[in-house]
Design a protein around this ligand. Structure first.
Ligand code: KG4
Ligand code: ZN
Length: 350
């Protein structure tokens, strides 16, 4: 470990948020967010009910330079004061990732600073260290639009996959349910809002893979749930009740699988009881309080980053850069390629 504070510019362009941020700190955190600028392209994609990759990459290209300038201005930092430039190199929509990574390469080359090619999932995974300085090891529930995983994190390069989704990601299930129910995009916040005034017991929706104790993996499945909502919606139903019933089913699934992963984590890391929730769906307050309750029952300490740091942002990418430099990494080669797929377990700090 290198015991010095690093100042890193972060760039995030893997989906429909164009973001730039400057973060300063050292592992294990907490770090200081000097600026954190996020432009959400929601409006551009809303008419299509989902992210259109071509529109996303064009929009990133149009505004990224401006966002970086603003992030540096707000942080009152120049290129000379940076220790590195970190950008998401995957996984994500490849056109967008290319825009961010290529920009970062050009800046790194021009400023003579190390480039850190960051795994987007690593950014989500390490956010609780940026905000709360959570020490390794911790059990991570990563719930976003593209991912749903339970991972034991032993170190910045030690990820043990306890379970993942066998079909849809949980955020995707929220987004598709919203679309079926005629709620606006992005679906997660809209379903959560509608659920607040609905009855969670109005409809008995399926909870796939529940209560399968003794298995070796804590896997998730959400596609059956989505299909059940689609069938319900053929009749005239209360959107609020359907949203609340859907969210209640999701919560039951997340709680059951997390409880199972806690057992696995305890076997790998006896005595460790840190539970971290990350990714866009972690912004959901009903899910957050159900998980807090679970942690209380199981004797775990829960950390959920604030909503703005759960959804995609560049502060988490800059922080992943800090983690990498703190671990003694010298930066990545400028010839590194963007990756549409990049599992967390394949992430190594070299
Ligand atoms: O992490 P994120 O910003 O992007 C990805 O890397 O996927 O996550 C976006 C996902 C979307 O599916 C969105 O609907 C979901 O997170 N989401 C929520 C909430 N806020 C965002 N899902 C449920 N409740 C929320 N409040
Ligand atoms: Zn994300």
């Amino acid at each position: 470990m290198v015991d010095k504070a690093f100042t890193v510019l972060g760039i995030e362009t893997s989906c429909d948020e164009t973001a730039a941020a400057v973060v300063r700190g050292r592992a294990p955190g907490p770090g200081e967010i000097l600026s954190n600028i996020v432009f959400s392209q929601t409006e551009a994609h809303a008419p299509y009910g989902g992210v259109v990759p071509e529109i996303a990459s064009r929009a990133h290209l149009e505004i990224l330079d401006d966002m970086i300038e603003r992030a540096l201005d707000e942080a009152k930092t120049g290129f000379a004061e940076l220790d590195g430039i970190a950008a998401t190199a995957g996984p994500g929509l490849i056109g967008g990732v290319m825009v961010g990574l290529t920009t970062a390469k050009a800046l790194a080359l021009g400023a003579g600073k190390p480039l850190v090619a960051v795994n987007h999932l690593m950014g989500h995974a390490m956010t609780a260290r940026l905000t709360h300085g959570v020490e390794f090891p911790f059990l991570l529930l990563l719930v976003s639009g593209g991912h749903c995983q339970l991972v034991g994190v032993g170190a910045a390069n030690d990820f043990r996959l306890y379970g993942s989704t066998i079909d849809d990601a949980v955020g995707e299930a929220f987004d598709k349910t919203a679309k079926i129910l005629g709620l606006p995009y992005p679906g997660g916040p809209a379903v959560e809002r509608a659920a607040r005034s609905g009855n969670p017991r109005a409809f008995d929706l399926p909870r796939p893979l529940l209560n399968r104790r003794g298995e070796t993996r804590a896997d998730f499945s959400f596609s059956g749930l989505k299909t059940a909502v689609r069938q319900l919606a053929q009749d005239k139903i209360s959107v609020e009740d359907a949203s609340a019933s859907f969210q209640a089913a999701v919560i039951d699934i997340l709680i059951d699988r997390s409880r199972m992963a806690m057992e696995m984590f305890q076997r790998d890391f006896p005595g460790s009881r840190n539970f971290v929730v990350a990714g866009g769906v972690a912004a959901n307050q009903a899910i957050g309080s159900a998980l807090s309750q679970l942690c209380q029952e199981e004797g775990f300490v829960i950390q959920v980053p604030p909503p703005g740091l759960c959804t995609d942002n560049a502060a988490m990418i800059a922080w992943a850069g800090v983690e990498s430099l703190s671990a003694g990494a010298a930066g990545d080669s400028l010839s590194i390629s963007p990756r549409a797929r990049w599992p967390l377990a394949g992430t190594l700090i070299t």
